[in-house]
Design a protein. Structure first.
Length: 203
């Protein structure tokens, strides 16, 4: 075959806008443009600058997909799917997130969520609560299971923001261990003092 015939065989022939060779409708110029770009690339007729741009686009897309895979698939598995062997006070925020994601009550279980600040973490013991409820005379007591839903400085306002997640877990009971410090009374006192000082200055 002559060189001229080879070049003619590789000649780009844009498809009509209304119909492609396979019989499918083509209604956008972008599809034809992409097809022509791929033909140019495979035929070796693309100039170096265009090749670099296309390679840059492909590399960027691959990197983006790689980061999304790491962020959405690999990291959550590595961080939260393995058992957490840390003590609760070594990394309280990670421990709370791990606990929050892994709390699940079976259909035949009645869950108890023990919420509160670090006072709760110090003063409550879910396993002991579970054992006491199961050995008591409470109806269906053997079906109850208690779990922590606590982290340091968890105020009633924070608990309200967690309400959707708590409801999704469908607990039978939510116990909030109240600590006066969680009400932030010192903040209210400071605010009142500042108002009083401001009023005195005006007078």
């Amino acid at each position: 075959m002559k060189k001229h015939d080879q070049e003619r065989d590789f000649e780009i022939r844009p498809f009509p806008l209304d119909k492609s060779p396979n019989g499918f409708s083509v209604d956008t110029h972008e599809i034809i443009l992409l097809r022509n770009l791929f033909q140019l690339q495979f035929q070796g007729k693309m100039n170096p600058e265009t090749r670099v741009k296309i390679k840059t686009i492909w590399i960027s897309l691959l990197l983006l997909l790689g980061f999304l895979f790491l962020d959405r698939v690999l990291f959550p598995i590595a961080l939260f799917e393995f058992p957490n062997e840390l003590e609760w006070d070594t990394s309280p925020w990670y421990n709370f997130l791990h606990k929050q994601r892994n709390i699940r009550f079976e259909k035949d279980e009645k869950g108890i969520l023990i919420a509160g600040s670090s006072v709760t973490l110090y003063s409550a013991y879910p396993k002991q609560i579970t054992d006491e409820v199961r050995t008591s005379n409470i109806k269906d007591g053997e079906k109850f299971r208690a779990e922590f839903y606590s982290h340091p400085a968890l105020s009633p306002t924070d608990l309200y923001y967690y309400s959707d997640d708590i409801l999704n877990k469908k607990p039978e009971l939510v116990v909030y261990v109240l600590n006066p410090a969680d009400l932030q009374l010192d903040y209210i006192q400071k605010k009142n003092i500042l108002k009083l000082v401001s009023t005195n200055k005006r007078d």
